[in-house]
Design a protein around this ligand. Structure first.
Ligand code: G1P
Length: 297
């Protein structure tokens, strides 16, 4: 029997330099996809998977993120007195239970592994999820929920996995898989951002993980890896060496890389087209500009 996964770590300490100047004063995670901050998509996915405790690893300049999760009593009161029940409902859906969120500061940008390690005392001795909000995944059944269901069968560690073009392996953690058939693939190894000629496969890790506490112990060694950073991938790979299984889970859904401008725009269009209130106008507009080649000047 595996233990229930009820805690999730959200590493959000990054400076978001790819989105400057916007990120000069707005945390990247608060930037909106249609009308919801990026981070709300990750929170909703975590909730659907049964997560009850949300641990944010933040850094200087991220206080707007903390404010976002506070109840806005003045706004709520105002909407209530004006009878704007629909808006009130939208607002309430983002409210978090008191004590469900914790914030930890990562004092130095030493890598994803280090960010996760910063939350070790709040995790203790139980399995936990890690969610990278930059990876937004549109799916009928939310990705982390798919993984939790699979994890209940397998135990060990599990990472979301997706095949990427060979020339893109240097942007991802890559799994070494003997047998790449089926939805759940047992990894023989894992390597962070290998060049295509060194990559053991093209099965990439996407930002959803279910990990055991042993990964946190591995991180205690603070070994620097790819790019001189303390890599989560290396700590998970060490578990494989120690005989703890690691599974790649080929999720059902579409992943958007919202850490890049192109991915963010694609997600914006795709999520807007999925909305009843926006679909018709937007698709007409897109059709017009594509057919008349009339991009905004
Ligand atoms: C991180 C991980 C990498 C993973 C990727 C998924 O890299 O280190 O293993 O494949 O997220 O998005 P980053 O994109 O933060 O450089």
């Amino acid at each position: 029997m595996t233990r229930k996964v009820t805690k999730a770590i959200f590493p959000v300490a990054g400076m978001g330099t790819r989105f400057l100047p916007a990120t000069k004063s707005v945390p990247k995670e608060i930037m909106t996809l249609v009308d919801r901050p990026l981070v709300q998509y990750a929170i909703d996915e975590a909730r659907a998977a049964g997560i009850k405790e949300f641990i944010f690893v933040t850094s200087r300049g991220k206080s707007a993120l903390e404010d976002y999760f506070d109840h806005n009593l003045v706004l709520e009161q105002d909407l209530r007195s004006k009878g704007k029940d629909e808006l009130l409902e939208i607002l309430n859906a983002t409210n978090m239970e008191s004590g469900a969120i914790a914030y930890i500061r990562q004092h130095k940008a030493l890598g994803l592994g280090h960010a996760v390690w910063c939350a070790r005392r709040l995790i203790g001795d139980e399995p936990f999820a890690v969610m990278l909000p930059d990876d937004v995944i549109a799916a009928d059944k939310p990705c982390l929920q798919q993984m939790v269901e699979a994890y209940e069968e397998t135990g060990g560690n599990m990472v979301a996995a997706m095949e990427v073009p060979n020339e893109k392996t240097s942007s991802y953690g890559i799994l070494d898989t003997g047998n790449n058939v089926g939805t759940v693939v047992r990894a023989k190894g894992m390597v962070e951002k290998p060049n295509p000629e060194d990559a053991p496969s093209n099965l990439a890790v996407i930002g959803r993980y279910i990990l055991g506490p042993s990964v946190l112990y591995n991180l205690n060694q603070m070994k620097a890896g790819s790019g001189g950073e303390i890599q989560l991938t290396d700590a998970i790979a060490e578990d494989i060496t120690n005989g703890v299984p690691v599974f790649g889970y080929k999720f059902d859904g579409q992943r958007f890389d919202c850490g890049s401008k192109a991915g963010f725009l694609q997600a914006t269009v795709s999520f807007a087209l999925a909305r009843d209130d926006l679909r018709d106008d937007l698709s007409r507009y897109l059709h017009d500009i594509v057919t008349s080649d009339r991009a905004a000047q």
